[in-house]
Design a protein around this ligand. Structure first.
Ligand code: 5RP
Length: 250
């Protein structure tokens, strides 16, 4: 069970989340099994949620029983029911899209609290992030995903200092921040001075020649850059560290 983020102190070393952005559930399951020992959190990506529905969350929960799981639904409406659907299928966290009405956000937050889980605001496409953040805080949002969207990347949108200024302000407001969007090991030092909670990589891992090795290197780089260098998760030691990751989020 993931408890309210307000009880957390932000972990000094961000958790590493791997995004399964797939259309095919069998391919996603095969990749999850390969990479799971080297990551802290597994994301059922939005395309997979749409292609395979909550069966994808159930299947990944079954093959990764000890991992934190995020259903990246990017919910636009019906916040409580979509959140419940994701939690019932085995997700620890789900996302609501930043353009959703405040009522949707509030209902998803309430459902997450009722179920002892988490909801995250997904900031893709939100222009007035800091103004909206004030409203979201009022209805109990504690976590956000700061995202350089795939399509923005297609149009050459780069990570910029301005992004870091906004992320820092959100952290100062008390939010726990996940960062994502074309993040590679080469880009990690750009974020190093930010106390973010979670870092997501998708294509940098599943498009690598050896995804398990890429995930191990990614997680080791996070540990090296954020301070306490630790070996990548593997074997029994991996299981112990996975439990530790769950506790970090509590
Ligand atoms: C797309 C997403 C992706 O899961 C996220 O961007 C991570 O993938 P990548 O590291 O390949 O950019 O939410 O909307």
């Amino acid at each position: 069970m993931v408890q309210s983020a307000s009880k957390n102190s932000t972990p000094s070393i961000p958790l590493f989340q791997f995004a399964l952005d797939y259309f095919s559930l069998p391919s996603a399951i095969a990749m999850a099994v390969k990479v799971a020992p080297f990551v802290d959190v597994i994301e059922i990506g939005t395309p997979l949620c749409k292609a395979a529905g909550m069966a994808a969350v159930r299947a990944i929960r079954e093959v990764c029983p000890d991992k934190l799981i995020v259903a990246d639904l990017k919910t636009p409406d019906v916040g409580d029911l979509e959140a419940k659907m994701a939690f019932d299928a085995g997700a620890d966290m789900m996302t609501v899209i930043g353009g959703a009405a405040l009522a949707t956000v509030e209902l998803a937050v309430k459902m997450a609290r009722q179920e002892g889980k988490e909801m995250l605001m997904e900031l893709t496409g939100v222009r007035d992030i800091l103004a909206r953040a004030e409203e979201w805080k009022q209805v109990g949002v504690e976590r956000m995903v700061y995202h350089r969207g795939w399509d923005e990347q297609t149009f050459d949108r780069q990570w910029q200092e301005e992004d870091k200024v906004i992320i820092r302000k959100l952290i100062d407001m008390g939010f726990k921040i996940t960062v994502t969007g074309g993040i590679t090991t080469e880009l990690l030092p750009f974020f190093q001075d930010l106390p973010v909670s979670i870092i997501i990589a998708g294509r940098a891992i599943h498009q690598a020649a050896d995804p398990a090795a890429a995930a191990g290197e990614f997680r080791a780089a996070i540990h090296r850059l954020w301070g306490a260098a630790q070996p990548a998760l593997s074997g029994n030691n991996g299981a112990a560290q996975q439990n530790e990751s769950k506790e970090i989020l509590l």
